[in-house]
Write a protein that binds this ligand. Structure first.
Ligand code: GLA
Ligand code: ZN
Length: 668
């Protein structure tokens, strides 16, 4: 299937990035003109403007100076470029912080921030909301019919939290709405523990190192509330935009590795997902792992809407904020851009178009360097990407035909992070989900990464590592999926608690016991370096970190523990349920076990790799499809040439850090 292009009537890849013409206002007759010449040479067709422009847009309270932006927007239109127009709330002008200190955040230790930096605003502050709304309204009214306007970019990289009195009040209101009565809250939070029973809503305070630092149920609801704060702030921002420009999609740029917001919840109100990808390439063998992680992040972001997404930012060269601001090796820029496309990006955008003369990002990679010409290696690499994207229009809107769903749930990650037990800091939810993902990445098998509350209907295999917390409706969905013939894979630490972190009372994995056919009686945590093993199909695999001691309650044991006092007890099981099967992996294992285990699962489910031949280590195959025509991406993340061969493609040589795209056997 094919989705409509993200920008209406623009069925082409956006290629461009963050542009800060206000930094060059004093040189606009020369620099702005030169920017347009260079943008064209770089095959750039879109620029994002206004991201941190508040002090230039509203130099004094209520005094809007949009004349310079008018000129920029006109200039973009004249040059046939799409404007990704940002709202400026990511950073506020100093006059505002001075006059209304409430717009600034209060941290968990209850210290009030002073002006400076970005993302330093309180999401509750009525003043900040009003000021944001007013300037967004001014922008929307002014540019509603402007031919350049293609996409709204809301704020920048929403993150963090605020603990001010206004936020405390809203937190309590959120809890009242969620629990209705204090009694219900006290029960859900198990508040007789440590004398936590609240007798007045006013007694409830957000988590703090000075107060509730270990109250896991409170912390979980605080994180949920913080997500609602961002979501609500976003809705406040887009209200005037939707009023004046209902046809222009809105997005905000996410960060895949950031876990402070439940992006699945935020995504519900976004028209399209956009995100900022900054892998740290090394030029060494580690790039295979970096590549796998970058793919995982792309898929994680695509999974939020299961549709093509916007790559809002990426770095064409050195990332100044890295401890080692390494240059991209030749080929890497093209590779990382095509990798994004392979995973569902319908745009390739950068931070930043032109390096500023000053400011902390003056040495961050850019399309145009301080030297100012098109005669740089980086510029040529970018132009080559732009040129290539112009030939790939057919890919726009194509889907990722995944038959495997991998559950990643932000709220489960939070609940596990705050749970005291297991391995504490090394319970590693995110990393564990990635390790399961990596097995499919190696094999060129597309995966959708989805929240536990999405529908599983279209998949053959559903994998949910460490499904510790069972959110409402999830059990029913998983059971229905397996009943209809699906294959479900669960692991240790599954089905321990409900949505408010109360443990299930009739044995783990709680309400999934009958589906999995096991009872998990205890879980053993191993010291670093300590090993147990799993014996399966005549082979011995290392088991480490966490080993669950389980009993069969209907399931069949496939593998057993090799050591310790639970040697010989089941470690890998399968249970038939309806027309499907539910597997249970009781311990944390290495890639050797996961590789053999998933080979079996893939074979049983009849799932094919995107590439029909063997994939050498470090080469990834991805696929996008419109249902009839497939686009196969072969990506070499190694610093040396790789040879590939399949019946379909014949013999292929992939140069170091190279991306090849094949459609029905033709090179694109
Ligand atoms: C983030 C921000 C950008 C810029 C880049 C630098 O992604 O959104 O404004 O600071 O990082 O890499
Ligand atoms: Zn606040």
């Amino acid at each position: 299937m094919k989705y409509p292009p993200i920008i209406k009537n623009f069925p082409r890849f956006l290629h461009g990035g963050d542009y800060n013409p206000e930094q060059w206002l004093d040189w606009k007759d020369t620099i702005w003109k030169e920017d347009m010449r260079l943008a064209k040479l770089a095959h750039i067709n879109s620029l994002s403007v206004g991201i941190f422009s508040w002090s230039t847009l509203e130099p004094e309270e209520g005094v809007y100076r949009l004349d310079w932006l008018d000129e920029v927007m006109d200039m973009l239109a004249e040059n046939k470029m799409v404007a990704v127009l940002a709202t400026p709330s990511g950073a506020r002008p100093p006059w505002m912080s001075k006059k209304y200190p409430e717009v600034l955040r209060v941290n968990a230790a209850r210290q009030h921030n002073i002006h400076g930096g970005r993302h330093n605003h309180c999401m509750s502050s009525p003043v900040y909301r009003e000021k944001t709304r007013a300037i967004n309204m001014a922008l929307a009214k002014r540019y509603k019919d402007h031919p350049a306007l293609g996409l709204w970019h809301i704020s920048n990289e929403f993150s963090g939290e605020c603990h001010c009195p206004l936020c405390q009040e809203r937190f309590r209101a959120y809890l009242k709405d969620r629990y209705k009565t204090l009694d219900a809250l006290n029960r859900a939070w198990w508040n007789r523990f440590w004398s936590n029973t609240f007798t007045d809503w006013e007694q409830i305070e957000s988590p703090s190192p000075l107060g509730h630092s270990t109250h896991n149920a409170l912390k979980l609801d605080w994180r949920r509330f913080t997500t609602e704060q961002h979501r609500d702030f976003y809705l406040n921002e887009i209200a005037p935009l939707k009023e004046f420009t209902p046809d222009i999609p809105c997005t905000t740029n996410l960060m895949a590795a950031y876990t402070g917001i439940d992006y699945a919840r935020l995504a519900e109100v976004m028209d399209v997902i956009s995100w900022d990808s900054y892998p740290q390439w090394t030029g060494r063998d580690e790039d295979i792992e970096v590549g796998a992680k970058a793919s995982y992040h792309h898929d994680l972001m695509r999974g939020l809407k299961r549709k093509p997404f916007v790559l809002m930012e990426s770095c064409p060269s050195a990332q100044n904020w890295r401890p080692v601001a390494k240059l991209h090796r030749p080929g890497l820029h093209m590779l990382q851009c095509m990798q994004a496309v392979a995973h569902g990006a319908d745009t390739v955008q950068y931070f930043q178009f032109r390096k500023g003369r000053g400011g902390s990002e003056q040495f961050h990679g850019a399309v145009v360097d301080h030297e100012g010409s098109e005669n740089t290696r980086v510029f040529r690499d970018i132009a080559a990407v732009g040129e290539r994207l112009e030939k790939l229009d057919g890919i726009i809107g194509t889907d990722t035909p995944a038959k495997i769903a991998l559950v990643h749930d932000y709220q489960i990650g939070w609940a596990l992070e705050d749970a005291k037990g297991f391995l504490q800091d090394k319970t590693n939810y995110q990393e564990t989900v990635f390790k399961h993902y990596r097995e499919f990445w190696k094999r060129g098998i597309p995966v959708d990464i989805i929240d536990s509350r999405q529908s599983f209907d279209k998949y053959a295999v559903l994998i949910a590592p460490m499904l510790y917390m069972l959110r409402e409706g999830v059990v029913e969905q998983i059971k229905a999926f397996v009943k209809q013939g699906g294959t479900f894979v669960a692991t240790y630490i599954t089905g321990y608690v409900n949505e408010s972190t109360l443990a299930f009372m009739d044995g783990f994995p709680g309400p999934l016991k009958d589906l999995l056919g096991v009872w998990c009686e205890e879980i053993d945590a191993l010291f670093p370096g300590e090993r147990n093993s799993i014996e399966w199909q005549g082979k011995t695999y290392a088991a480490f970190d966490l080993c669950e001691l389980i009993h069969l309650k209907g399931a069949e044991a496939l593998g057993h523990y090799g050591g310790d006092f639970y040697a010989g007890t089941p470690a890998l099981t399968v249970n038939r349920y309806g027309a499907g099967k539910a597997y249970f992996i009781a311990a944390r294992t290495g890639a050797d076990f996961l590789a053999d285990f998933y080979r079996k699962i893939i074979e049983e489910a009849g799932i094919q790799s995107a590439f029909a031949g063997a994939l050498p280590k470090g080469v990834s195959a991805q696929v996008r499809s419109d249902g009839e025509k497939d686009y196969l991406f072969l990506l070499n993340f190694t610093n040396h040439e790789q040879m590939l061969e399949s019946g379909e493609t014949g013999r292929l040589a992939l140069p170091p850090y190279n991306a090849l795209i094949l459609s029905k056997g033709d090179r694109a």
